[in-house]
Design a protein around this ligand. Structure first.
Ligand code: NDP
Ligand code: 2IT
Length: 444
């Protein structure tokens, strides 16, 4: 059995009931086979892959908080500090009832290679809780965030581990967490990113993941003599990533036909009304059913269905495994040209392979959504030098990072004989830098 297959087998055996983690490890290690096979003896001797798939540290803790009725609620908190070879652990905090250790480990594992691809000095980590922010009052959100940070603050710091937003964690939650960190630790430092602009946040961080997604798609198209101008796009999700992906797609001349949330999706033949979407989601924190009140000619559908709409470009921006084989078949039948992942692992393995086999350009999340964490690293830089950069400065750095990232994964794919396979290119390019740093630092 090859070294890669041996390690995959061990991961499955030693981490039972963590299917998303197995899926992420399998996808990365399978595409590393060509690199690992060429170095098998050295890697095996150093147990390099075993060290890559085992987090440096995983923290699980109780989060008690008091609801508006005076009852005590208890949730579980997690922080997985996966790999610090190239910098302090960096990655978001997910607040969603589906969160468990396996989900946080899959996200933390992906984050190692994504952060490496940004070219910036950030290691991989992720955290979260099974707390559900939906329907909670501001006071309840604050109560949870303060309790969560009371424990988490023992393990993080501007030079050790810097969390940020993810599903269910936006500017409001980051603010409450930051306040509690500062109160307990007594230091005003860049320990979280995605902060408000009045206390150390970076301009363009809010937009960065969605904007970065479109910058990489535009660069890929440019290399084929094409552009986003005049294209149609379908987007899933209606959160931070989806909203700013739609905004940039529209700015670059594309027409976005859909958005979705966990209850349903909207189809707007005239193109999504972004101001309406922002008001519904960012201001009112309401459901997409409201969209029809703003756009009577749009359609609202319960459940899933975004991927049945015909378009040139599909941008999954909601959650993991939201685009499966049947969806991929529908997209191919509708002649989709590009699928680029704004979310983390939104496309199942079977769907990814089907798309690639049918000539669809596929940009994996660890490359395509890296603009968010890259801009978080820019926020860290600004915090360190106690300065603020202008929106234009941050945005142009983000654009440069995404363009470089595209060429990096494109070159890696070509170098190893997988031209046009950006899954292989991203995994290989991300891995090479981490391995180099790990080798240089000895067996730690
Ligand atoms: P938000 O919480 O802002 O938005 C998430 C969106 O996805 C919401 O519209 C939500 O619907 C929908 N959604 C969440 N879970 C499900 C589900 N189980 N089924 C269907 N729809 C769902 O999160 P973000 O926009 O920040 O994150 C979206 C994705 O992008 C995640 O995969 C995240 O890991 C990834 N990502 C985020 C980055 C960031 O900077 N924020 C950076 C890189 C990746 P509803 O409102 O009904 O819950
Ligand atoms: O998945 C991700 O890259 C994020 N949620 C952003 C992480 C960060 O540190 O900004």
């Amino acid at each position: 059995m090859s070294y890669v297959d041996e390690v995959i087998e061990r991961v499955i055996k030693e981490n039972p009931n963590e299917p998303e983690f197995h899926q992420a490890v399998r996808e990365v290690l399978d595409s590393l086979k060509v690199v690992v096979d060429a170095n098998e003896e050295a890697f095996r001797k150093d147990a390099l892959l075993e060290r890559i798939v085992n987090p440096e540290r995983q923290i699980k803790f109780r989060v008690p908080w008091i609801d508006d009725n005076g009852n005590v609620q208890v949730n579980t908190g997690y922080r997985v500090q996966f790999n610090s070879a190239i910098g302090p652990y960096k990655g978001g905090i997910r607040l969603h009832p589906s969160v468990n250790l396996g989900i946080i480990k899959f996200l933390g594992f992906e984050q190692i290679f994504k952060n490496s691809l940004t070219g910036l000095p950030i290691g991989g980590g992720k955290g979260g809780s099974d707390f559900d922010p939906k329907g909670k009052s501001d006071r309840e959100i604050m109560s949870f965030c303060q309790s969560f940070m009371t424990e988490l603050c023992k393990y993080i710091g501007a030079d050790t581990d810097v969390p940020a937003g993810d599903i269910g964690t936006g500017a409001r939650e980051i603010g409450y967490m930051y306040g509690q960190y500062k109160r307990i630790r007594g230091v005003f430092e860049g320990v979280l990113t995605g902060k408000g602009l009045s206390y150390g946040g970076s301009l363009a961080r809010k937009q960065a993941t969605g904007y970065g997604l479109l910058y990489i798609v535009e660069e890929m198209l440019k290399c084929k003599g094409d552009s986003l101008e005049g294209k149609t796009a379908i987007v899933s999700g209606a959160g931070n990533v989806a909203i700013y992906a739609i905004e940039k797609a529209q700015q670059l001349g594309a027409k976005v036909l859909t958005a979705s949330d966990s209850t349903g999706w909207v189809y707007d033949p005239e193109g999504i009304d972004l101001e309406a979407l922002k008001e519904i989601k960012e201001v009112k924190r309401a459901r997409l059913t409201e969209y029809k009140n703003y756009r009577p000619n749009s359609e609202y559908h319960e459940g899933r269905g975004v991927w049945t709409v015909k378009a040139d470009i599909a941008l999954p921006c909601a959650t993991q495994n939201e685009l499966d084989l049947d969806d991929a078949k529908a997209l191919v039948a509708n002649s989709v040209k590009v699928v680029a992942e704004g979310a983390n692992m939104p496309t199942t393995r079977e769907a990814t392979e089907y798309l690639q086999e049918n000539g669809v350009v596929f940009l994996p999340g660890k490359a395509a959504n890296a603009g968010g964490v890259a801009t978080s690293a820019l926020e860290m830089s600004q915090n360190s030098e106690r300065l603020h950069w202008s929106f234009e400065e941050v945005d142009s750095k983000l654009q440069g990072i995404m363009i470089n990232l595209f060429h990096n994964i494109d070159d890696a794919a070509k170098k190893y004989g997988f031209e046009g396979n950006y899954v292989a290119g991203a995994n290989i390019a991300g891995f090479e830098k981490v391995v180099d740093a790990m080798n240089a630092q000895g067996i730690v």
